[in-house]
Design a protein. Structure first.
Length: 315
């Protein structure tokens, strides 16, 4: 199967407007930062958030998604569609509480009260509906395990293949993974889904640990950037990121980088690669026709500038 060429937002014609975008997510602290960056990027029109279990169980990732929408109050309120509560063929991996806190968002307190989400079709159906409606104009950003995407492919692979670009925070190609199986976490949680996605002939841009580990963020950098934008959003960001800084002393901007490279692919050097998926989610090079583009070298200072500029609105 010949890999379609990903459609770059930089190549869009004048007057086309923002890119219709759906984000598949499992918040998660770095997912939360990625959503904030997406909402601060005028190039992206975030139509929907499809939610999957990953960094936390589905009930937690669904609640966290609603919390973030309530705090940020984006100009377009996205559809929230709940998806898979478990991987395709295996139980959900239990994540360590020291990574994202017991609730997935650093156990921060004083979130705004939530009402129940409006009725919505399941995430896989929402993805297919958006693919049918927008075709090549649509971009899908996948920040968690790929279970929802695989289920959408099972529903209508032809519609999903029309999506212009799928940007995935996924994998470890030439570096060690971050799980006991030496795989990256999203791939480790549901390797069966990853395998189905790589075999589907989608236009895939892969943002692996090789790239995201080039985006180190220190606590004082974040606090300095937020200090000029005081307000409830900045306060929430400081609160939910503190768990990561306490645990590691710094953060890697894994999921925000996927959003940044959606907005501006020139922030990375890309390589067309054939990736094979191991039994436990290992994602390594193989001979043969490429099935994705892989982000390799990141212009980290340029990316951080974009991140700090757009993370939080001026109050």
């Amino acid at each position: 199967m010949t890999l379609p060429t990903p459609l770059s937002p930089l190549g869009r014609g004048q007057g086309e407007g923002p890119i219709p975008t759906v984000i598949d997510t499992d918040p998660g602290i770095d997912d939360a930062l990625a959503l904030m960056l997406a909402w601060g990027s005028p190039e992206l029109d975030v139509l929907a958030l499809t939610v999957v279990a990953g960094n936390a169980p589905l009930a937690d990732t669904a609640r966290n998604t609603a919390r973030l929408v309530a705090v940020r109050r984006p100009s377009r309120l996205p559809q929230i569609a709940l998806g898979a509560a478990a991987p395709l063929r295996r139980p959900l991996v239990k994540t360590a509480a020291d990574e994202h806190g017991g609730d997935g968002l650093g156990d921060a307190v004083d979130w705004p009260p939530l009402t129940g989400p409006p009725a919505s079709p399941p995430a896989a159906e929402a993805l297919v509906s958006l693919a049918r409606a927008h075709g090549e104009r649509l971009t899908l950003i996948a920040l968690g395990p790929l279970t929802n995407v695989a289920l959408a492919l099972r529903l209508d692979a032809e519609a999903m293949r029309r999506i212009g670009r799928v940007v995935m925070m996924l994998g470890a190609v030439d570096v060690r993974g971050n799980t006991p199986a030496d795989a990256e976490f999203n791939a480790y949680v549901d390797p069966d889904a990853v395998r189905e996605v790589f075999e589907a002939g989608l236009r895939l841009d892969m943002v692996p640990l090789d790239a995201t580990r080039q985006t180190r963020l220190e606590r004082d950098q974040l606090h300095a950037a937020l200090g000029a934008r005081l307000g409830p959003v900045a306060d929430r960001i400081e609160a939910f990121t503190e768990q990561s800084f306490r645990t590691w002393g710094y953060m890697h901007l894994h999921d925000p980088l996927a959003v940044g490279l959606t907005v501006d692919p020139s922030l990375a050097q890309w390589e067309s690669v054939r990736i094979v998926v191991g039994e436990d989610g290992q994602t390594r090079r193989a001979a043969g026709a490429p099935n994705c583009r892989v982000a390799r070298i990141i212009q980290a200072e340029r990316f951080l500038g974009l991140f700090f500029d757009r993370l939080c609105p001026v109050s």
